[in-house]
Write a new protein. Structure first.
Length: 434
């Protein structure tokens, strides 16, 4: 495929070299189009050598080839990484002045921006407005990662890992639909840990792979994603806001807070059903006698709580916290009717809460029957049911499942990469949001 790698003038330009290698090594033809300022950070010979193609910044070079039109017209994807505040502003305004900005105007293929800048610049209303404009026009703008910036500053503004930007681009090149554009989704991933004492915990085998696959695929489909990650040691998916938690109580707080104003919540995390009733403040020591039994107490069921809150209209505050971009129709009375069916008759009519709530059910026996009962009991719209065992699902890149649909036919997803299952779920989510 023909890829244009636009590079604007930020210190993160050096990370674009790695991104370029990922494209070329996977067989893509890459034309690097840096801005003049980008060349102050990484020079033309580096881009030329790594891409194997000529590198031009101006429209006045090789004019007979009409590069300011041809490069954009023939591209299958344009990715701008890093995209500075200045470049985003120019792109939003449709300004031209160099080869990159003219390429952005002539491109009819998918365009992905990976911004990187200081937090203040990213959060400035001017940048927010430019990003909103670009997203409205169909571009994918990957939210920057949080972390160490140039100098001593930390905060949102870092260019995500090149591998993760590449992952978004790979999905876009494969034709990921843009059916989650303008939607806010929350995904929980991993497995919660319940402390016994300062060094020990009760945990589970969840790797977080399925939840991370859900986050990645949602970003490529245009969603703004909050990923609540419980004890996962995987790289942050580009574009997702990652909230790290350890215990079920922390996961609950993070999921409920992120759900206010979200369009969909997918609970892929393996949540501990029980926790030690008391957490020892010092390490429990071996004693000469028999060890004491650990008393357990029940954890809240977060998925069921989301369903109940929505049914009771308890998420009303969410209306004031970021629903500005919510398309008309989501969560309106028509949807309330659906909830009445899955959430039980006689409940209050919901007036807010995520329009789609999805869960996962890992079962060892009577998989479908148990899943169906769980779907109804937890009041969710979609439930991904899969069989687990020692060698099934946990920590493997593959998964096979049935997606149960409230008021609809189940959807079988054959064994394949966890990304495929994630895509199948998002298709159902997007249909219900439409
Ligand atoms: N879940 C949750 N809170 C809990 C337990 C589970 O939100 N305390 C969510 C999980 O994230 C998952 C779904 O509920 O999306 C089903 O989890 P599962 O463990 O299969 O269900 P349980 O209710 O724990 O039922 P079981 O008795 O089969 O363990």
């Amino acid at each position: 495929m023909k890829v244009v790698l636009g590079v604007s003038g930020g210190i993160a330009a050096y990370k674009a070299c790695e991104l370029l290698r990922l494209f070329t090594e996977s067989g893509h033809q890459v034309r690097v189009v840096p801005t003049r300022d980008a060349l102050r950070f990484v020079g033309e010979p580096t881009w030329a050598a790594l891409s194997g193609n000529p590198v031009t910044t101006e429209v006045w070079e090789n004019v007979h080839e009409v590069p300011h039109v041809r490069i954009g017209q023939t591209a299958d994807l344009v990715i701008v990484a890093p995209a500075t505040a200045d470049l985003l502003a120019k792109a939003a305004q449709g300004l031209t002045g160099d080869l990159l900005t003219t390429t952005l105007l002539t491109a009819r293929c998918p365009v992905v921006f990976a911004p990187a800048m200081h937090t203040e610049m990213w959060e400035h209303p001017a940048t927010r407005a430019n990003v909103a404009t670009l997203r409205e026009r169909g571009a994918i703008v990957i939210d920057p990662a949080s972390g160490r910036l140039t100098g001593a500053d930390t905060g949102p503004g870092r260019l995500p890992d090149p591998e993760e930007i590449f992952e978004v681009c790979r999905r876009v090149l494969r034709g990921a639909p843009r059916d989650l554009a303008g939607r806010r989704v929350v995904v929980s991933a991993g497995g919660t840990r319940e402390a016994i004492d300062p060094v020990r915990f009760i945990g589970n085998r969840s790797s977080g792979l399925q939840g991370y696959a859900l986050a990645r695929t949602a970003v490529a489909r245009g969603a703004q994603v909050t990923l609540v990650a419980a004890n996962v040691s995987l790289p942050d998916p580009a574009g997702a806001t990652v909230v790290r938690v350890e215990s079920t109580a922390e996961l609950r707080t993070a999921v409920l807070s992120a759900s206010a104003g979200a369009d969909a919540v997918v609970m892929a995390a393996a949540v501990a059903d029980f926790r030690p009733a008391e957490r020892a403040t010092s390490k429990i020591k071996k004693t000469s006698g028999e060890p004491e039994a650990i008393q357990l107490t029940k954890n809240p069921d977060i998925l069921a709580e989301l369903g109940q809150r929505r049914a009771q209209g308890a998420g009303r505050e969410g209306l004031d916290t970021g629903r500005a971009d919510r398309p008309a129709g989501a969560g309106e009375p028509g949807h309330a009717g659906e909830l009445g069916e899955s959430g039980g008759a006689g409940r209050a009519v919901p007036d807010d809460g995520p329009a789609v709530i999805a869960g996962f059910a890992a079962e060892t026996d009577d998989v479908l029957a148990n899943g169906q009962a769980k779907l109804v009991k937890k009041g969710c719209d979609l439930l991904v049911v899969n069989q687990v065992g020692e060698h099934l699902a946990f920590g493997t890149p593959d998964n096979a499942a049935t997606i149960l649909v409230a008021g609809g036919e189940p959807v079988e997803v054959p064994r394949g990469p966890k990304e495929d299952l994630a895509d199948a779920l998002w298709t159902l989510v997007a249909e219900r949001l439409a």
